[in-house]
Write a protein that binds this ligand. Structure first.
Ligand code: HEC
Length: 166
């Protein structure tokens, strides 16, 4: 109950669309845990691609003018173990996903076990209002919606890249 109130509170904040997670100042000290991609807009994904990956690609393949982008995931060294176990997470920044070809920084932070999300450019400007798909309400919808895949607010597991490599 308390937890869901907490969540509603954050969702409420989210409607007014400021990044909740803070901007990570030390990305260069983080560990690259995954190199992923968002394929270009005109790429047809293999039929067996899980629905939630298809939705993720459809949501973000406009980035970099629809030409596709590398998506690298970084985790602070002190959180590597928690990330490897897929949570639960202690307080602080948990993971950063960077759309390398357009310098967009997605941040997941945790506070009292709850995930907070944020969207920034490389310089730390809050861009969560710059596009509907950057609104943190959207982050919650997907990261919360796929509970069997996204645990404790993080999603990386089966990779988009692995699907292409099969
Ligand atoms: C439609 C689904 C969807 C939406 C919307 C979405 N994500 Fe994600 N997110 C994913 C998936 C899938 C991955 C794993 C990508 C991979 O493994 O290649 C991921 C990974 C991440 C990661 C890397 C850490 C991890 O494992 O979860 C961060 C950070 C992240 N997302 C933040 C955000 C933020 C911030 C937003 C909102 C601006 C957002 N996401 C919106 C599906 C989504």
């Amino acid at each position: 109950m308390i937890k869901s109130l907490f969540f509603i509170f954050f969702l409420f904040l989210g409607l007014f669309a400021e990044s909740l997670a803070s901007f990570p100042k030390n990305i260069d000290k983080m560990v690259l845990v995954k190199e992923s991609i968002i394929p270009a807009k005109d790429v047809v994904l293999p039929k067996e691609t899980p629905l939630f990956l298809q939705e993720t690609v459809a949501m973000y393949n406009w980035i970099n003018n629809g030409k596709g982008t590398k998506l690298n995931i970084f985790v602070p060294p002190e959180k590597i173990e928690e990330y490897a176990q897929h949570g639960p997470y202690s307080d602080g920044i948990t993971a950063v996903a960077i759309y390398e070809d357009q310098d967009i920084v997605f941040v997941t932070e945790h506070l009292s076990g709850e995930p907070l999300y944020g969207t920034y450019d490389r310089y730390g400007n809050d861009i969560s209002n710059a596009h509907p798909s950057f609104n943190i309400k959207v982050c919650y919808e997907c990261h919360r919606g796929y509970r069997d895949i996204c645990k404790y607010g993080t999603c990386a597991n089966s990779s988009i890249i692995n699907i292409f490599n099969k």
